[in-house]
Each structure stands twice: as structure tokens, then as C-alpha cells.
Write a protein that binds this ligand. Structure first.
Ligand SMILES: *Cc1c(COP(=O)(O)O)cnc(C)c1O
Length: 357
């Protein structure tokens, strides 16, 4: 079929069985006589799709009853503003671990005081601050679970403490098991691990939804979105459908336990390949903060990095160029990237190091 090994940071590779199912149902969804793309969001078929998506997500993530699950638009970047708009009355604690945290902080500052509890900016975000104690006297604290650009990830989350804890999980939601009850809000743009671009998943403790700001324009009120079951306005129907297919795919693969194991295997293979050639491949993230989703490394020179990227393009690998703020190479390996893809890439990396050192 000539599909490439797609290492793009996002939008990213999706599971082939999901694409095939969507393709098969594209023109006529389960005998509805129309595509999901063409359906009213008030129709029985779509309401069923929405319910099935929520049920499947709730199951894979073990979301308890006291959380709302919403499907919103505007990407995670809109949540950077909507969360403080709703909950920041005096001050909020933010941990600054990369470009996305910085953007979240910038938006929050429009609405109140931001207490930067910890930051790794002085070392170009190459680590996750350890042993954090989150302040208990703020409206909420905020962390970014995986730093897509800098290749770092919270391997162990800080304890929630007295104040609510919000997490931007855009680039590692559904990649591993975690206790949702350590968080009051989990949000994610879907386009890395959970679906296509265009839908944002927001999981919010119901008591917090109840306390959200009701004097905002309607589209910025969580209470309205929750009360209207994400259908206050026209929701991104096709994206919600695909998120549902992905959640069901994860379930059929054995749930998050299996997915996490596979992601570890992929990460360990890639990091081992780098570390065994550490004079050639230099990881940019500190070892105790390395991400299992986005792996960032440099080669001995920019010329070699260019050559590396040129050769990968001819090998049906795609999307390996690092973000400009780090340079070098970035391998994004979300759930839908197979172990086989990483095996092929590491074989290439071994050969390339041998031929060029
Ligand atoms: C990609 C990404 C975002 C940006 O999401 P949009 O949906 O494009 O707004 C935010 N946070 C993190 C951690 C990301 O990886």
C-alpha cells in the first residue's frame, strides 16, 4: 500500500485498522444511508456515536462517574485560555517544562497571577523538575505531562495536594496507565495519540464544572458544554467518531496495559540504540526525564543531520526533522507507530552511524 513509517509529531500516524474501518463506513455508516460526515449532530445515529465514544474512553481511561467528558474545539491552545478564564480568580501554579507550558502560562497571565512553581527553562527544558511540592493556596496547579518538542515526560506525576491539578496531556494521553483521580482536569488535543486534529478532549471533575465561571460567553463555559453533552453547538462529528474508533481499538489490543508495554519496548529499543552509539547520537533530554512518545537527539554535525534526514526520506520514513528550538532529529512514536517501525528505524540508525563515524 506504500504507507510510510510516519514519525510526525502531530497530526500523527493513526492505527491502520481504524482508518480501514472509517474508510469502509465512509459512504454509508452502518446502513444509515449517509456518511458520518453528513449526519446531523441531533440524529439518533450520531447521538449513539457520541455515547459510544464516551463509553469507550471512559473504559480505557477508567474515568470515574464524578467526571464530565467533553469534546470541544479550538485545540489544546484554546484550553490554555479557557481554563484560567473559568478558574483563575487570584493565582495559579504552573510548572514550566517547555513551549506548551510557556504558552499556557502566557494565556493564564491575562486572567490573574501566575506562580511558576518550577521551571527547566534555564537548561533549555532538557529535564522534568523532580520532587515538586505543589502549592495548596492557589486556584489550581497546571502541568504538561509530555513535552512534545523537548522530548521529556513526567514519568511520575507530582501529588495533587490541596489545590486542584490540571494537566495538558495532548501528546501522551492513552499511551500509558495513570490514575485520573490525581487530576481535576485532563485535557488533550486529539491529534497525537487520540484521533485526528479538530477535537479536544476535556475530562473535568464534576464539582469543578459546577464551580466554573457562568458569566462568560457561552462557548467558553464548561457548564454549558457539559450540560449540553458537547452539543451546545455543532460538535466535530467525524473527529468524535474517530476518537471512538481509536478507544475501541485500544480496548481490542488489550487496553492501556498492553499499549504501555508496547510503548516502553519501542522507547527502550530506540534509547538503547542511541546510548550504544553515544558519541554519534546525543540525546537532548536527561535520562531520568526521557519521553516514550517523542525522542530527540543530535548528530555530530548539522551536515550529518541533513544527510540523515535525506537518507531517511528515501527509506519511506517521514517526519523525523527536529523542532527548530532543539534542532537535530525527533522521533515521535505514538501508539499507532508499530514496534516494527522502530526496529526498521534503529537498523537504519546503526548502519548510518557505522558509515559516517
Ligand atoms: C500539540 C500540543 C499542543 C497544541 O495543541 P493544539 O491542539 O494544536 O492547540 C498543546 N500541548 C501539548 C503538550 C502538545 O503536544
Amino acid at each position: 500500500m506504500n504507507r510510510k513509517y510516519n514519525f510526525s509529531a502531530g497530526p500523527a500516524t493513526l492505527p491502520l485498522p481504524v482508518l480501514e474501518e472509517a474508510k469502509q463506513q465512509l459512504l454509508n455508516y452502518k446502513n444509515a444511508g449517509m456518511s458520518v460526515l453528513e449526519m446531523s449532530h441531533r440524529s439518533k445515529d450520531f447521538i449513539t456515536i457520541l455515547e459510544e465514544t464516551k463509553t469507550a474512553l471512559t473504559k480505557v481511561l477508567s474515568i470515574p462517574d464524578n467526571y464530565d467528558v467533553m469534546f470541544l474545539t479550538g485545540g489544546a491552545s484554546t484550553q490554555f485560555a479557557t481554563l484560567p478564564m473559568n478558574f483563575l480568580k487570584n493565582s495559579a501554579g504552573y510548572i514550566n517544562t517547555g513551549s506548551w507550558s510557556k504558552k499556557a502560562i502566557k494565556e493564564a497571565k491575562l486572567f490573574g497571577n501566575v506562580n511558576v512553581v518550577a521551571s527547566s527553562e534555564e537548561q533549555n527544558f532538557n529535564y522534568i523538575p523532580q520532587d515538586i511540592s505543589l502549592p495548596g493556596d492557589v486556584d489550581y496547579n497546571h502541568i504538561t505531562s509530555n513535552n512534545t518538542i523537548f522530548g521529556t515526560q513526567w514519568l511520575q506525576f507530582p501529588q495533587r495536594g490541596e489545590s486542584p491539578l490540571f494537566v495538558d496531556m495532548s501528546s501522551d494521553i492513552l499511551s500509558r496507565k495513570f490514575d485520573i483521580q490525581n487530576f481535576d482536569v485532563v485535557y488533550a488535543g486529539a491529534q497525537k495519540n487520540a484521533g485526528p486534529a479538530g477535537v479536544t478532549i476535556v475530562i473535568m471533575r464534576k464539582d469543578l464544572t459546577e464551580k466554573s465561571n457562568t458569566s462568560l460567553p457561552s462557548m467558553f463555559q464548561y457548564k454549558i458544554h457539559a450540560d449540553k453533552d458537547s452539543c451546545y453547538n455543532t460538535p466535530p462529528v467525524f473527529q468524535i467518531y474517530l476518537v471512538g474508533l481509536i478507544a475501541k481499538w485500544i480496548e481490542s489490543e488489550g487496553g492501556l496495559e498492553t499499549i504501555e508495554k508496547r510503548n516502553r519496548q519501542k522507547g527502550e529499543l530506540l534509547y538503547q540504540t542511541m546510548d550504544e552509539r553515544s558519541s554519534f547520537y546525543t540525546g537532548t533530554a536527561k535520562k531520568d526525564s526521557r519521553s516514550f512518545m517523542n525522542v530527540t537527539f543530535r548528530l555530530p554535525s548539522e551536515e550529518l543531520e541533513k544527510k540523515f534526514l535525506q537518507e531517511t526520506e528515501t527509506k519511506s520514513f517521514s517526519g523525523l526533522k527536529g523542532h527548530r528550538s532543539v534542532g537535530g532529529i525527533r522521533v515521535s512514536m505514538y501508539n499507532a507507530m508499530s514496534l516494527e517501525g522502530i526496529e526498521k528505524l534503529t537498523e537504519f540508525m546503526k548502519d548510518f552511524a557505522q558509515q559516517n563515524s
